[in-house]
Design a protein around this ligand. Structure first.
Ligand SMILES: Cc1ncc(COP(=O)(O)O)c(C=O)c1O
Length: 282
């Protein structure tokens, strides 16, 4: 498998932390897998399928309790757009998120890392502007972050991302979270009255992520019925095929609630879902 091979090239072996039936990271399983040889613990902060939130500060505490010096890396692609995130509070060593999920341009994102760790890291690629001095046999690199910015940068992307971040900051992430939580809770309450609908995991209202299956109806048919009412949802495995395999399903449908979502959109979504159940007569 390519990622196992990539890990092996660096002398690492890759193992996976289990999830609980509610879709949370199984902290007992994490604890059991930790050893003095554990170098990196990498977790998604918020699942893009289950809408569950990983208690990273608690994970950090578990690492400290076990005397582990493993680095803690967070994929915050789904948390940063939805609620306030503080790297200091989470205690992570590295954190990443994508621009397009914070309403910025695609093809750019953020890697945050603790300064001493970034200083230790070698450049992952070489190119224009990242060298300080160069001879045929030696080179020295620009200080962080320059040494990681080889080549002509994606200037438009970075400027656009900056504008998107300022836009969200103007609204205030607490307000974004409150908006998402209110709409998601409303939708979850509607879903609980539809016995044909099975939720994947127990989504946190602030995640804005509601993945589900409908008994006897293919997720793509569900998405099609939503599209008839101009509601765009995603169907498939949402780039997380192993999780779907573990849940014993091939695919699911996902409603993603964001800053732009309004109550009327969700009312249409529920109508679409009811039409779907009626049409397919499940
Ligand atoms: C949790 C999570 N991580 C990573 C990604 C991938 O981000 P990118 O498209 O920037 O590679 C996604 C979605 O695309 C995601 O939801």
């Amino acid at each position: 498998v390519p990622w196992q091979q990539a890990a092996a090239r660096h002398g690492l072996t890759l193992s996976f932390v289990k999830i609980t039936p509610a879709g949370e990271i199984d902290l007992e399983n994490l604890r059991a897998q930790l050893s003095p040889r554990t170098k990196i613990v990498s977790l998604s902060h918020c699942s893009n399928v289950l809408g569950t939130i990983t208690p990273l500060a608690l994970v950090k505490k578990i690492l400290s309790e076990q005397g582990s010096d493993a680095l803690l890396i967070a994929d915050a692609c789904q948390s940063v757009p939805h609620f306030p995130v503080s790297v200091a509070d989470l205690g992570v060593d590295f954190l990443v998120f994508s621009s397009h999920k914070v309403y910025g341009p695609s093809g750019v994102g953020v890697l945050w890392g603790r300064a001493p760790l970034l200083e230790q890291l070698p450049p992952y690629q070489t190119g224009g502007d990242m060298v300080q001095t160069v001879t045929p046999t030696t080179a020295t690199w620009q200080p962080v972050p320059g040494k990681f910015e080889a080549g002509t940068p994606n200037l438009e992307g970075v400027i656009g991302l900056g504008a998107a971040i300022r836009y969200l900051q103007t609204i205030g992430m607490e307000n974004v979270a409150a908006h998402t939580a209110q709409l998601t809770s409303w939708l979850l309450a509607q879903f609980s009255e539809l016995p044909e609908v099975t939720l994947l995991g127990q989504p946190h209202p602030e995640s804005g992520i509601v993945s589900f299956t409908v008994t006897g109806i293919h997720p793509h048919d569900v998405a099609e019925m939503f599209a008839e009412l101009n509601i765009c949802i995603r169907a498939g495995h949402h780039c997380v095929a192993p999780l779907h395999a573990q849940l014993g399903i091939a695919a699911s449908s996902r409603i993603s609630i964001g800053l732009y979502t309004e109550q009327s959109d969700l009312e249409k979504a529920v109508e679409a879902l009811k039409n779907c159940i009626q049409k397919f007569n499940v």
